[in-house]
Design a protein around this ligand. Structure first.
Ligand SMILES: Cc1cc2nc3c(=O)[nH]c(=O)nc-3n(C[C@H](O)[C@H](O)[C@H](O)COP(=O)(O)OP(=O)(O)OC[C@H]3O[C@@H](n4cnc5c(N)ncnc54)[C@H](O)[C@@H]3O)c2cc1C
Length: 430
């Protein structure tokens, strides 16, 4: 369906004079195209891939977590950290409810899941893309696919962008330009940081990019044996080696997923930036608390009760809903407790050691995975150089921005796409 729409829209449009040229056909570019088109502008969207919205299609595991419907506005904005203050005004112009209404009005039914995460009812990200492409096409937006932009032509004295220069050497002129080339994560989708390079060339400040919202690598070889295990409500602590001793630097509770080389899952992704920063200063450990709701006294009480009740059972036959069998077996191995031992053979100190492992299951952090596994990249266009009333450049009067190109931190949970919808809406309207 998406391919069909895109093929129909793929026309030779180079010769026309455009009011607005948008570079990048991801969610931010498509939202901007819809809004500029709605305002009666003659819009051309240039995309280097042969299809639109490649990253949008893989978002949310193909389900597309398109926004986050947290009703607490302040809490919502706080997810963007200190820089969230730039977003108070944009979100008041086009916020979460406006986004949901926008999609609902165009026929996309949505549903809200745990953590206020909003998905299309169909669980299919292609439906989100279809809505945007259909709407833009309906409004007369022209698409140039398989067309790579090489740079921006700037008149620095006149403070204007005069054209975009294609890789073919051809120049495309317009009254206004919207830059929505995205960040640097999952580069196979087309987001290769081209916009950052052009912005630097024309004098904008761009903060260095790094993989963000990214799984972490664990150096303990046994981690691969646990791949695929996912756990909810587990306590996660990160420890840093300071003056020869490990000190707790971060703690969170949430969902994790063991991968072949480490850990992923929403809580780990959200902690990855801070973990990356800690790694720069030295050795970093991570520990899991499988019984995060239990104090130590409660743990001792609970374990004594379990041991007393199963006194003649083999330890390997004990099971805890909080600790998957594979992890339990691994812990017993680490403590040199034979799987064939009966509970009555286990000494008090060994029971205490078991409790300690349940509360502090340690591993060594080797590093963060790369852009190919990251949801977003950190860094981007310096926000002080953007007028958030229009999403316009403070250096060039006819240049606008939206989406991942902007230097915002945010967690997973629909916040990245909401940033695209809001900034794309404002850029397109202006
Ligand atoms: C695996 C994965 C899952 C995700 N899941 C979610 C989720 O569920 N919820 C959420 O909120 N966020 C999610 N995100 C993040 C979200 O997808 C991004 O924030 C969003 O796609 C950014 O949109 P954008 O339009 O700014 O940029 P992009 O989507 O990166 O689009 C930029 C476009 O510009 C084009 N382009 C780049 N350079 C050029 C050039 N030189 N010439 C022409 N075209 C060019 C690219 O080809 C690309 O199509 C996920 C990301 C990944 C990688």
């Amino acid at each position: 369906m998406v391919k069909k729409i895109v093929k129909t829209a793929k026309k030779a449009v180079k010769k026309d004079m455009h009011d607005v040229v948008i570079i990048g056909g991801g969610p931010a570019g498509l939202m901007a195209a819809c809004q500029a088109g709605e305002g009666g502008q003659k819009v051309l969207l240039i995309e280097k891939n042969d299809e639109l919205g490649k990253k949008l299609l893989i978002s949310g595991g193909g389900r597309c977590n398109l926004t986050n419907a947290n009703p607490n506005h302040r809490e919502f904005v706080s997810k963007f950290g200190k820089k969230g203050s730039f977003l108070f005004s944009p979100f008041s112009v086009f916020g979460v409810q406006d986004t949901i209404k926008f999609f609902n009005d165009l026929g996309l039914k949505t549903k809200t899941e745990a953590g206020f995460r909003v998905f299309p009812e169909s669980d299919n990200s292609a439906d989100v893309l279809n809505v945007l492409v259909n709407r833009a096409t309906e409004l007369g937006v022209k698409f140039m696919l398989s067309t790579e932009v090489a740079s921006l032509k700037a008149d620095k004295k006149g403070k204007k962008i005069t054209a975009v220069i294609l890789k073919s050497g051809e120049e495309i002129m317009a009254q206004k330009f919207i830059l929505t080339t995205g960040g640097m994560s999952h580069q196979e989708t087309g987001s290769t940081g081209d916009g950052f390079k052009w912005l630097k060339e024309i004098g904008h400040k761009v903060a260095e990019s790094n993989p963000s919202l990214v799984p972490i690598k664990i150096s303990n070889p046994w981690v691969s044996e646990l791949a695929g295990i996912s756990l909810d409500n587990v306590g996660i602590s990160v420890w840093q080696n300071k003056d020869g001793g490990f000190q707790k630097a971060l703690t969170k509770k949430g969902r994790i997923l063991f991968t072949h080389d480490g850990l992923s899952g929403p809580t780990i992704l959200n902690m990855s930036k801070s973990i990356g920063e800690l790694l720069e200063y030295g050795e970093t450990l991570l520990s899991l608390d499988f019984f995060a709701g239990f104090g130590l006294d409660q743990m001792h009480e609970m374990m004594k009760k379990v041991f007393d009740e199963h006194i003649n059972k083999k330890i390997k036959n004990l099971s805890f809903k909080e600790v998957p069998g594979k992890i339990f077996a691994l812990i017993l191995k680490q403590l040199e407790i034979d799987l064939e031992w009966e509970i009555n053979e286990i000494r008090r100190e060994e029971r205490f050691a078991l409790i300690e492992k349940f509360k502090k299951f340690e591993m060594t952090v080797a590093g963060l995975l790369g852009y190919d596994k990251a949801i977003i990249s950190s860094g981007g266009l310096n926000l002080d150089e953007v007028d958030f009333k229009t999403m316009g450049s403070k250096l060039y009067s006819n240049l606008y921005f939206a989406g991942d190109i902007l230097d915002f931190d945010r967690p997973s949970g629909g916040f990245s796409l909401q940033l695209c919808w809001t900034t794309g809406y404002i850029a397109g309207k202006n």
